[in-house]
Design a protein around this ligand. Sequence first.
Ligand SMILES: Cc1ncc(COP(=O)(O)O)c(C=O)c1O
Length: 404
Amino acid sequence: MIDVDKIRLDFPILNREVNGKPLVYFDNAATSQTPQQVIDVIVDYYSNYNANIHRGVHTLSQEATDAYEAARKKIQEHFNAAKPYEIIFTSGTTHGINLIATGFTSFLKKGDEVIVSALEHHSNIVPWQMLCERTGAVLKVIPMNEDGELVMSVYDELLSDKTKLVFTNHISNALGTINPIETIIEKAHAVGAAVLIDGAQACPHVKPDVQALDVDFYVASAHKMCGPTGMGVLYGKEEWLEKLPPYQGGGEMIDEVTFEKTTYAGLPHKFEAGTPNICGGIAFGAAIDYMNNIGFDAIAAYENELLSYATEKLLEIDGLKIYGTSTEKTSVISFNIEGIHPYDIGTIVDKLGIAVRTGHHCAQPIMDYFKIPGTVRASFSFYNTKAEIDALVDAVKKAKMMLG
Ligand SMILES: Cc1ncc(COP(=O)(O)O)c(C=O)c1O
């Protein structure tokens, strides 16, 4: 059970006002807020043991290295990766996807096929298009239906021995649909294809078990799960990470360098060139501790309650249409009101202290499918309340009156 009043005390930002009204933060799918416990870890790092890692013998460097590697271990346990070195620190989901898409360049040839879903964020589309341009591979798309669900019968038809890679998100940022990734992975493996799952939107709500999923790559961003920006994780199966070439060259990722030849460091350092976001990694570990202390089952149950409540209340507004109506859905509501531009609704509700996102949510193909310019998106976290949802519903009604 979530004690939301107690949890809210952990988030200093929730005390602030916006435009003279108490902040209602419903832009959690874009980035989550940061609890004091994580802020304290960041302050402690810069106040007490800020130093470069891995290559110093002095005490501060040892302390920073130990804390950074302890965070890696924590993340390994969280995702149930078999080995700590299967956890690569990145700057976020986008970085993780680009690392794999670039790495696959030498593995693909003209005529090979890769499969993406219609529900993707641009960061899980564009790097693969670039890969196809480099290699001559062909990008195939699993379509979606009116509810915002993937049409799995077409996925079956797309798969063949030409398929080398499949990539899809675990949960859609624009519609909240939870994709059947277990089936997607199993079927891809049956034709010998590797699978990358974009977990950016899933990790704030669920705890993925990468071994149970048998997924080849799983990527996520810390800033969507109570951690800092500029930090993320790429999980990769050891055999894949060993095979893939380094992404960037530089310090940290080498074994020996001469002008004739360089040999690369082992995992995970092969993929972590340069000074990493040390504080970010340590704070990511703290964010994962924070969320696990609340418990992902409790988080999911409470957020589902918020989702049902908000869906019911918003649908009482005449002319309001929700996009993304799958029964398998997380706490994201994308909607429009007939005849009103989403941007105008967003602007008016902001005047009332409510933060929602408007636009295409970096998922233009989804907006094209529905033939709309964008939506208003309210995304709920475990620190939101039903009273805040009431405030949103009132604000949307006001916006409708003013603009309709
Ligand atoms: C599903 C999905 N994938 C990828 C991303 C990109 O994440 P980041 O900007 O943290 O790299 C996002 C961000 O909104 C997302 O929602």
